[in-house]
Design a protein around this ligand. Structure first.
Ligand code: CP
Length: 308
């Protein structure tokens, strides 16, 4: 039975290209399964998975839970806001108590960068990073690259512009690592205050002009302004941000070329994307969500049973 070469999915930086290709090939099979009238397979029967979320989520949590149910796993859900974390329990105590209930795999989202890496040094269960602070969001990058592969018949050689708040985005970093490994050309575009200083050193082009970035790319992956993570004022107003970096249907149509519009969600409609762009024929935003279930099924299937 094929397996990933490591027992955890902590990030894209340290995963092999072969592992990514294996995830995609496995996701192709699961995508076929979830489009059947009977969407369930027994692949993870007798595997118990805990979704441990210390931060809010809609897509990632529901997508993992549905993927687990499609694979016939037993699922428990933990939300920090209604848990004994509120009484002072530590991350490690919380997870060790969950594992004492004979849980095999932990899917965790946490506000602190490195939290899943810390856990991986202390526990035996498989760990999947569902987003750690501003660091990485590996399954988002996998489903994004999978969606590009599906729509453009491959990722190598494609030009992908990641647009918006790169500084606070775990999606941007994981996408850059994944796209570089798969042979795409990657550009980041945004106001200088929202681009990390080192960014040009990790294999991406840097462009401050949105219209030049859109003219260059085959795919525009647009990111949300993460106001909840911003400690400083990085631009004068949302209105001004939208004027310079917001994308509407007219912006896309005047390019007079095919372009894929992506967004990891949640969208700030009227800020980075207008509704007429988000809901246009250019957009594959809901295809990304559909593919997320198949990709997460593949990741969990390929990790199960890989710990000692
Ligand atoms: N894309 C993403 O991570 O969305 P959620 O925060 O809703 O999970």
């Amino acid at each position: 039975m094929p397996r990933l070469s490591q027992p955890h999915l902590l990030g894209i930086k340290n995963i092999t290209t072969e592992d990514i290709e294996l995830i995609f090939e496995t996701a192709d099979n699961f995508k076929e399964v979830i489009n059947r009238p009977i969407k369930k397979v027994p692949s993870l029967r007798d595997v118990t998975i805990a979704n441990v979320f210390f931060e809010n989520s809609t897509r990632t949590r529901l997508s993992f839970e549905l993927a687990q149910k499609r694979l016939s796993a037993d699922v428990i859900n933990f939300s920090a806001s209604t848990s004994s974390v509120k009484k002072g329990e530590t991350l490690l105590d919380t997870v060790n108590n969950i594992l004492a209930m004979k849980v095999d795999m932990i899917v965790m989202r946490h506000a602190s960068a490195g939290a899943p890496h810390f856990l991986s040094r202390h526990i035996k269960a498989n760990i999947i990073n569902a987003g750690d602070g501003t660091h990485e969001h590996p399954t988002q990058a996998l489903l994004d690259a999978y969606s590009i592969r599906e729509k453009l018949k491959g990722v190598a050689g494609k030009k992908v512009a990641i647009i918006g708040d790169i500084l606070h985005s775990r999606v941007a970093l994981s996408n850059i690592f994944a796209l570089n490994k798969l042979g795409a050309e990657v550009m980041v575009c945004g106001p200088p205050t929202l681009l990390p200083k080192f960014i040009g050193k990790i294999g991406v082009k840097v462009e401050l002009d949105l219209h030049k970035a859109l003219a260059w790319c085959d795919v525009a992956n647009v990111l949300r302004i993460q106001l909840e993570r911003q400690q400083l004022k990085y631009f004068p107003s949302l209105r001004e941000y939208s004027l310079y970096y917001g994308i509407n249907r007219k912006t896309l149509d005047t390019l007079k070329k095919p372009i894929l519009l992506m967004h990891p969600g949640p969208i700030n409609r009227g800020v980075e994307l207008s509704s007429d762009a988000a809901d246009s024929h250019h957009s594959i935003i809901l295809d990304q969500v559909e593919n997320g279930v198949a990709v997460r099924m593949a990741v969990m299937y390929l990790l199960a049973g890989t710990t000692s």
